[in-house]
Design a protein around this ligand. Structure first.
Ligand SMILES: Nc1nc2c(ncn2[C@@H]2O[C@H](COP(=O)(O)OP(=O)(O)OP(=O)(O)O)[C@@H](O)[C@H]2O)c(=O)[nH]1
Length: 607
């Protein structure tokens, strides 16, 4: 292809993402677009094809981003090459949204006609604006009886500040408005501009490990042309590889000889060393390299940490390998070795939020067949010591002695909650309970409000979102951003079992709540730790002072004694049940502690 041909091809390329609040219909719209452009026939159409990960299907949320190449013949008679990059919608995955947006020139902003603008709609729009994208509003679900497209349009104008007069009225479910959306993409989203014959710059926005081909890299060519057989260099690591294969997904994998500036696709190069590939890095050519790398992504710092321990300690190395593989496609995941007196060898892992943590844990178990025990999540504290030093603590059990501590600072977030005005009461009550500072409240329209609070992150990582949902019958939406650290009256609370401190159960609590929390935790642990042959005292302690206590009574009889004379199958069942229950247990001294115990320490439920 000569320069003019490449330029002509580039002119016909449109790269876009779909952004929306969770459940407003991104994946359904993506599927419909695939269908209309003939990428898949409706017969092949499985619901939500882009949400291919098993976990995504089960949970009905999009986690990983996917890029698909489509061809669309527009009303102007020309054929356009489109790349659709799917984005996740949950608040934990903002970093993946920004990754996919960096590979695009435009974004469809999907707003549910019945729900209107929600907290994540706004957060995603800001990300799109940060990336200078052309934003095309789409009002979805107009087929619903409760749809109010005019109100949704008004909210887009008032709350977001985008003109919405020409917003497409669509129903991804019934297939209304899809062509119109594609026409608007052709008309409004600018074609990519990078020089296809300039020095190669391609942005890595995703990667995963393929057992046969090594690391597979998803990239967006920003400048130059990437070719099969070419020698490439990763600009941040300096690693060099020959491209063995490259291509696009349509969504089936298709091989190509080259990808020109503006195209989005994948490459493989027998890359076995996972550490060589970083999402956000720039790929260049070894001959005629680009003088500088593309701006990478803002590195997302994990906000929540927990310890992950293999139940079978012999699988410690398998856990490390699995974490390395997951980290390939998830740059926000961090981990380092950790030892616990109670749990042995494991890893301290950092996550963006609780959902992220749950998903990683589930993937480790399903995809790598590991059985894990996770300790309670903790945020990162800044501890100012009396000698003037500052210590960063992401594990409560590592908190220094109280005598050495001057002050403890904890991370705070600014939380934006959008909700029907009927629920102002329960929302404020919840925020107060979580030590929130009220900032302000304004009306979005006659019936909906936006409430802003500053809250300690440590109070919201656990069950805030669930409680908000249940307190508002699911109507409230929520988004937060880190605003910095503030000193608080925090103390470390130890939990003792049978007189021994269990390091993995230690938590950081606010002094004023310590007494109540201690009571709740010791009572709850009493319920989740099974009875043993002996009595087990459970104590909560601040420093050397016991503030709460409960006791697990000794087992009076052997469980099997009950089956005496009973039929054997019942006996076997009982044994199996015991075994099942044991799977998730770790022994601490002579006491068996189940997984639930570790999460119990965070539950605030005192009702
Ligand atoms: N009535 C109606 N329902 C729709 C429409 N579009 C999507 N839905 C439904 O809305 C729900 C959420 O749709 P999804 O496409 O999974 O939403 P999403 O925004 O991709 O959600 P995440 O992937 O979790 O971020 C599903 O039950 C869809 O069937 C529509 O146009 N009309």
């Amino acid at each position: 292809m000569n320069h003019a041909q490449k330029k002509a091809k580039q002119e016909q390329i449109r790269n876009f993402s779909i952004i929306a609040h969770i459940d407003h219909g991104k994946s359904t719209l993506a599927d419909r677009i695939l269908e209309v452009t003939g990428a898949i026939t409706s017969r092949e159409m499985k619901d939500q094809l882009l949400d291919s990960m098993e976990l995504e299907r089960e949970r009905g949320i999009t986690i990983k981003l996917n890029a698909v190449q489509l061809t669309y013949t527009a009303k102007d008679g020309k054929e356009y090459l489109m790349h659709l990059i799917d984005t996740p919608g949950h608040v934990d995955f903002t970093y993946e949204v920004s990754r996919s947006l960096a590979a695009c020139e435009g974004a469809l902003l999907v707003v549910d006609a019945a729900q209107g603008v929600e907290a994540q709609t706004l957060a995603n729009v800001y990300l799109a604006l940060d990336n200078d994208l052309e934003i095309i509003p789409v009002i979805n679900k107009i087929d619903l009886p409760s749809a109010d497209p005019e109100r949704a349009k008004q909210e887009i104008e008032d709350v977001i500040g985008l003109p919405a007069d020409d917003a497409v009225l669509a129903s991804a479910k019934s297939g209304i408005g899809i062509e119109e959306i594609l026409e608007q993409i052709v008309e409004l989203v600018p074609a990519p501009t990078g020089d296809p014959d300039g020095p190669l710059q391609a942005l890595i926005f995703d990667s995963h490990f393929d057992a046969y081909r090594g690391v597979m890299i998803s990239l967006r060519v920003v400048q130059g042309t990437i070719k099969k057989g070419q020698k490439i260099r990763m600009m941040s690591t300096g690693a060099e590889y020959d491209i063995v294969e490259l291509g696009v997904n349509t969504p089936a994998e298709e091989k190509r000889d080259m990808l020109i500036a503006g195209e989005v696709g994948w490459i493989s190069g027998s890359i076995k060393n996972i550490q060589d590939v970083h999402v956000g890095d720039t790929v260049t050519a070894v001959d005629n390299p680009a003088p500088e790398a593309l701006p990478g992504y803002r590195k997302m710092n994990p906000m929540v940490f927990c310890g992950l321990y293999p139940i079978d300690s012999a699988r410690y190395n398998d856990l490390r390998e699995a974490l390395e593989k997951l980290q390939l496609s998830d740059s926000a995941l961090e981990f380092e070795p950790e030892t616990s007196q109670a749990l042995g060898f494991g890893y301290r892992c950092g996550f963006l939020g609780l959902l992220h943590m749950e998903i990683i844990q589930e993937r480790l178990e399903r995809e790598f067949n590991l059985e894990l025990l996770a300790t309670a999540p903790s945020v990162v504290y800044h501890v100012n010591l009396t000698d003037g030093q500052q210590m960063i603590v992401d594990n409560p059990s590592k908190m220094p002695d109280p005598q050495r501590i001057q002050t403890i600072e904890e991370p705070y977030v600014k939380a934006t909650i959008m909700s029907p005005a009927d629920y102002i009461g329960p929302i404020m009550e919840l925020c107060q309970k979580k030590r929130g500072d009220y900032i302000n409240m304004d009306y979005i329209d006659n019936t909906r409000v936006r409430i802003t609070y500053e809250l300690p992150l440590g109070e919201i990582v656990y069950d805030f979102f669930d409680r908000l949902k249940s307190g508002t019958k699911g109507y409230a939406s929520f988004d937060y951003e880190l605003i910095g650290y503030k000193a608080s009256k925090l103390v470390k609370m130890d939990i003792m079992l049978n007189g021994d401190r269990l390091d993995a159960l230690a938590i950081i609590v606010h002094k004023d709540f310590a007494f109540d929390r201690g009571k709740v935790i010791t009572e709850k642990l009493k319920d989740v730790i099974p009875r043993h042959q002996f009595e087990i005292p459970i104590q909560a302690a601040l420093g050397g002072k016991i503030i709460a206590r409960s006791t697990i009574k000794a087992l009076r009889k052997n469980v099997l004694a009950k089956c005496y004379g009973g039929d054997i199958s019942r006996k076997r069942k009982l044994l199996e049940k015991q075994k099942e229950g044991k799977k998730r247990m770790k022994s601490f001294g002579s006491v068996e502690v189940p997984q639930e115990a570790f999460m119990t320490v965070l539950s605030m439920d005192d009702e």
